[in-house]
Design a protein around this ligand. Sequence first.
Ligand code: TYD
Length: 136
Amino acid sequence: MDIERCKLIELPVVQNPQGNLTFIEGDRHVPFPIERVYYLYDVPGGATRGGHAHRALEQLIIAITGSFDVIVDDGSARRKVTLNRSRIGLYMPAMIWRELINFSSGAVCVVLASAHYDESDYFRDYEEFRAATEAG
Ligand code: TYD
């Protein structure tokens, strides 16, 4: 199943009494070159983000502050992953539908992406996405 390819990645932490430091290197800690970084913040309670899949884009999703749930769906199976640690990222391969829900107050979601923004890489319609998967 493709959702098995969505993996939690434990990121390096340099621990210090003065605070912790985590770093991420493209092609090393994530299996892709990092071409873009974006972040979601000030998400109102009850809001849903995502609601799409990507044809080719790979991403790493991190709850830098606070927590939220990511629903991952490969067209045939669906799973919920809770993110609430700044040293754990959720690797999202291509062709996975995702919905981000249950944002805690003040949560910040950082996303590392393998390519620049390209609207033509999106599936924004679930049925169209599903039809393009093996299940469809
Ligand atoms: P979208 O990817 O749908 O956001 P989310 O999955 O968090 O709900 O993007 C929302 C809007 O922001 C959409 O109009 C496209 C724009 N956008 C960019 O211009 N650049 C980007 O890197 C991203 C991620 C989105």
